[in-house]
Design a protein around this ligand. Structure first.
Ligand code: SIN
Length: 277
């Protein structure tokens, strides 16, 4: 077991921290696990470098943090249904996750977090950006905060995984399973940090409950622009052995698509969350 000698280094003011001094392939001591959990809840995303994980070790790591969600829309790693493939191949122009979003807000109990491990990377590019929904909420005016606290938002997977377009078609999605919609409060109180966070999703939110999609759109568009102000973000440059673990209740992320003609293969494990209110 490893003792708790973790070195936590924030990577920007609002979001993200690199954690050094832990080998994620080994069983992690409880105190180190608690430091990782606390940092994840506070910073929204934690990054690790120079890790060497087999798929089995990736699964074992994820199980230390919660119950694994078996993804119903993504292809899986051979022999590991717990691991969803986030892949872009040389013949593709579209990538997965190439717009701001959080994972699984269309579920009634949205995912807590996702653990992404780099398997194959392009020579340059393919970075992932993260935005803090704590910072985005906190920077709103008192008037808009009050209004949003009374609202729930409607989320769906139907328009994304039910009707996959372009060269992602056949690689991701399933119309038969893209049926369950959900509503969640537009502002949540994070269950671990106790901080308020904006909880809408540029990819999966359709509108506010009791509002039409067209009525919702101007306010959503404003919040989508606001949520990704550079001050609320950080950018992670992947290297061989990098791993990112983000909290879907506290952040959005964006996979940059700037490496056409090359391969990028990531293994993602998503952890179950709970009801958001
Ligand atoms: C995702 O959107 O879940 C994947 C992000 C990435 O590939 O960087």
């Amino acid at each position: 077991m490893l003792s708790n000698s973790l070195d936590v280094r924030p990577v920007s003011t609002a979001v993200g921290a690199e954690i050094h001094g832990v080998d994620l392939a080994e069983p992690i001591a409880d105190d180190a696990l608690n430091t990782i959990r606390r940092t994840l809840a506070d910073r929204g995303v934690v990054f690790f470098r120079d890790q060497r994980l087999t798929p089995g070790q990736h699964v074992a790591l994820a199980r230390r943090f919660g119950t694994i969600n078996i993804n119903r829309f993504f292809r899986h790693a051979d022999g590991h249904p717990e691991i969803a493939l986030v892949a872009k191949e040389p013949d593709q122009t579209m990538n997965m996750g190439g717009m701001w979003h959080s994972d699984h807000s269309y579920d009634r109990e949205p995912a807590m977090g996702s653990i992404l491990y780099a398997r194959e990377l392009p020579r340059t590019g393919g970075d992932t950006l993260f935005a803090s929904m704590y910072a985005a909420y906190e920077a709103l005016s008192d008037g808009l905060k009050r209004m949003l606290e009374g609202l729930r938002a409607r989320h769906s997977s139907r328009h994304v995984f039910g009707e996959v377009k372009g060269d992602l078609k056949g690689r991701v999605g399933n119309p038969e399973l893209a049926t369950q919609d959900a509503t969640h409060p537009a502002v949540i109180t994070h269950p671990q940090s106790g901080r308020k966070a904006l909880y809408i999703n540029p990819l999966f939110t359709l509108g506010f409950e009791g509002w039409t999609d067209m009525e919702s759109r101007p306010l959503l568009e404003y919040l989508y622009r606001h949520g990704v102000k550079p001050e609320f973000t950080c950018r992670f440059q992947w290297q061989k052995g990098s791993l990112a673990f983000w909290d879907n209740r506290a952040t959005w992320h964006y996979a940059t698509n700037d490496y056409h003609g090359e391969n990028r293969l990531m293994h993602r494990i998503t952890l179950e969350g709970g009801p958001l209110g």
